[in-house]
Write a new protein. Sequence first.
Length: 342
Amino acid sequence: MNQIWQDFLTTQHAQIQDGVVWHFGDATGELAAVRDGTVLCDLSQFGILKVSGEDAQTFLHNLLSSDVKAATPTRAQLSSLNTAKGRMLATFLIWQSGADYYLHLPRSLCGAIQKKLSMYVLRSKVKIADVSDELVCLGLSGKGANTLVKECFAEVPQPELGMLHEASASILRLAENRLMVVATPQQAITLWPALRCGTSQAGSPCWDWLNIRAGIAVILPATQEQFVPQMANLDLIGGVNFKKGCYPGQEIVARMQYLGKLKRRMYLAHISGEAKAGDELYSAEMEGQSCGMVANASPAPGGGYDLLAVVQISSRESQAVHLGSLQGEKLDFLPLPYAIPA
């Protein structure tokens, strides 16, 4: 975390560990606020890679699962970087500012993904830089989020994943009542008091919970190379383009799409205990073998954990799914905000 920004957050009573804001003094109250009110979150659990140079667009288009040519200064998109076997190494939010592209992903993966992307540069006129400490991302969620952002900026993007760039910051709409503001640390320090009016400050688990409830998987170190994009529903939320040319893993991803070989999907679930990304899941039909894995998990308002579970479709439809073993806690499945194909 940028030291200037960290020092400022400390004055706001942020409890910071390993560069991540866990809470602002009331973790339970913040979770209740993210469910019922409007919250302002620091998103330092994420980092940003900047891809620049005259070949930047072509370079990314040839490597990622989305149609990067459709990412514009006014339209962001979701995407993934995959292995040759189609397994995801990282998921991203991508946006363009000027001629540069920005990849928003967990900070814990930035170093490894920067190194991986650099292996493909070869003679391309591309530079890849980790600018995680040069930019600050703020998240706002709740019914009051739009009003607060409108009071700070001349315009607010209207479509989902719409983006606007102003002198003081960039604004990205993630959902109807959820926005992200990207600014320098100095700009963020100026913006924070205005955006905080009428909101509750909330730690990173609150934003992670919002992503889970939105059905947006975020690949973490524990889940790298575990899922093909469709297993994590990336095809259902615009993170895969099936009409573009080749990219690493494209053959496997396309085969699953057109030959009906997909056996696992991601579902939203709740448990009364605790869970974490990478935990194995079990059902009776698999006879002792794992039927899936937890993609993401976060404390839920009211207790327990909400999680995104990638499991055998047949297990979800006809069997009980348990955490850790067949004797572990049974998952209580919840509806996602988008439809899963039959």
